[in-house]
Write a protein that binds this ligand. Structure first.
Ligand SMILES: Nc1ncnc2c1ncn2[C@@H]1O[C@H](COP(=O)(O)OP(=O)(O)OP(=O)(O)O)[C@@H](O)[C@H]1O
Ligand SMILES: [Mg+2]
Length: 74
């Protein structure tokens, strides 16, 4: 699954920290900075999937999620 936007995108500095817990550039708007951290935790750690984020400042952001079949032991 891939979701993408044509928003402000991320600078390389923001991209580097985007998945860090509590990192946000929108604190003044009440954001927690947990959105991407929790999403990646669910996809990568819990579901053993893959998550790839690409973002270019001024152009937009995309996130691809790949989920495999559930392991037989699940
Ligand atoms: N679609 C996007 N376009 C541009 N920057 C983004 C996008 N999604 C996340 N970011 C950047 O990554 C940071 C961290 O994202 P994250 O979703 O973890 O937190 P948040 O959106 O700030 O807050 P929360 O999701 O907890 O309400 C954001 O503050 C923003 O700087
Ligand atoms: Mg968010």
């Amino acid at each position: 699954m891939c979701v993408a936007d044509d928003g402000v995108g991320m600078t390389p500095e923001v991209r580097r920290c985007a998945f860090d817990p509590f990192f946000t550039t929108r604190r003044h708007q009440g954001a927690t900075g947990l959105g991407l951290h929790i999403a990646r935790h669910i996809v990568v750690d819990r579901l053993e999937g893959r998550m790839v984020l690409e973002s270019t400042s001024g152009e937009g952001t995309s996130v691809s999620i790949t989920l495999a079949e559930a392991p037989l032991s699940a």
